[in-house]
Ligand binder design. Sequence first.
Ligand code: AMP
Length: 371
Amino acid sequence: MKVLVLGSGQLARMMALAGAPLNIEVLAYDVGTGHVVHPLTQQVMLKGLNTAITYANVITAEFEHIPHDILDACEASGKLLPTTTAIKAGGDRRLEKKLLDRAEVANAKYQLINNRDDLERAIETVGIPMVLKSALGGYDGKGQWRLKSSQDIEPAWQEIETFLTATPDQAIVAEEFVPFDREVSLIGARGKDGSIAIYPLTENIHCNGVLGLSVAQEENQALQDQAESMFRALAGSLNYVGVLAIEFFEVEGKLLVNEIAPRVHNSGHWTQQGAETCQFENHLRAVCGMPLGSMALIRPTAMVNILGEDSLAEAVMTLPQCHLHWYGKEKRPGRKMGHINVCASSSAELKTTLTELAGYLDPAAFPALNQ
Ligand code: AMP
């Protein structure tokens, strides 16, 4: 089986690693250069989208901000999974909000903003405090403004007005500020036959809008059930095939969807060491029409993101429960360079090991470990 991934970053790389034992060959389409590359070495294997489409049995994506002409060409081949509807919704907060409303899953109150009148309407209907998010191109907290009081309105609007005119078809989604207790995500897969398998919820700690730490949750059946029913509603409404991630705000035991990612997700990297079958293998199984693998948690596990660092103290590798994954990327401040999966035989031991690990890491570079 040959799977072409739109995007040539770490997610394609980890799909390639997970696909090898099943004899699934994964190639990556670099949307920037138009070349098909090897996901591990970045060596150019083929040139041009049409050659890539012909070569592959299945086409999937590792990110949602893909030019629509590329998506449409892939969809026309009949090989793209999940569908363009799901991928486009992941990359446009307007479509995402419509999708959430249509599937009747709870999400933060919102108002679309295209001009100053819309902003005034949002102030009335959504209220302050408010979070303003760009409809297109926003991820990891980028393209966001916060209105904490009415004094923030004018300065924010000046920036937003310039921002709106700079990109055609751009808009803002104004969202109520959610006073969440914590952020969690749910990752599951839906197969071609409609079968669904879901991992346990993951608690996520973000710093400056970027994920720092994810911890697989062991017991909270009520919350898990809530999240799973939203997953089923969304995946069913999209006739979704593949891994789908949903990020939630938890407020007093109730979940509100923050956003969806129609792909494997950073908060699911722990599954490589903590679940019977990892998210990368399950995504490949789903899009290739194979049975889904068990998503059972096999031991308490957490994932620590490595941001903007390309080396760590060697002692990290001496910790037997720590598993290091580098992405082979060029170092840039704040860039996702790799992650460490930390396993334990109990939640108490997991906490101890995370503290031990933190002792070997620069606290400024790993703020989520010091919260
Ligand atoms: P996002 O890119 O939408 O995931 O936003 C990045 C981070 O900003 C989230 O992980 C939250 O910590 C925070 N955030 C986003 N939307 C809201 C909201 N409506 N209320 C409170 N915090 C938010």
